[in-house]
Design a protein around this ligand. Structure first.
Ligand SMILES: [Zn+2]
Length: 73
């Protein structure tokens, strides 16, 4: 099954401006990540919008999968 929370997005380090890859799941959990330069970055999921988006998108994928399964029969 496709899990959108494992999709990667890029953020920029506030210190060295390097781009860092984080997963959408990490953002929704508001994890802290560390840049190669040693700067730690606290991910913020504004108003829980990423968490909601993950739910919505995962649900869409599930619906889509069900549709494909139907076509397969
Ligand atoms: Zn950095």
């Amino acid at each position: 099954m496709i899990d959108i929370s494992k999709e990667r997005v890029s953020i920029n380090c506030p210190d060295c401006k390097r781009s860092i890859k984080v997963t959408i799941g990490q953002v929704s959990k508001q994890a802290s990540v560390r840049c190669n330069c040693g700067q730690s970055i606290q991910l913020v999921d504004d108003k829980g919008s990423n968490k909601k988006a993950i739910r919505d998108i995962n649900k869409s994928f599930e619906d889509l999968e069900r549709t494909f399964k139907k076509f397969g029969k």
